[in-house]
Design a protein around this ligand. Sequence first.
Ligand code: FES
Length: 127
Amino acid sequence: MKVKMAYSEKVKQRFMHPTHRGTVKDADSHVTVQSEICGDEIEISFNVKEGKISKCMFESLGCAISVATCDVICELAEGKTINEAEKLTKQDIITGVGDLPTVKIHCGDLSAKGLREAIKQYKAKHM
Ligand code: FES
């Protein structure tokens, strides 16, 4: 079995210079989720304007991959309706960062889980 270990250039770039790190002020949804695999936590917050996610941000206490994949999922979510954002997949995240080492797939799962939970909270409050 071949195990992928190296980080892609996109992961390194996203980790060093994330564009969506922070917390959305007066967010319409704001959640904290934890990985069952490693115990790391992330926060996802977003606002919705005119039916679309207008601003989406993250905080991460996780690893470099966690930062990179959270950055990607927030970028992908912006401009989408709630129903469109709900359809984003782990594969969308992996494509967004180029590739992930096999042992770090769960970090991308955590980012997807964060967005799913934030959408769930939004729907419970607003839909
Ligand atoms: S090792 Fe925990 S999020 Fe990556």
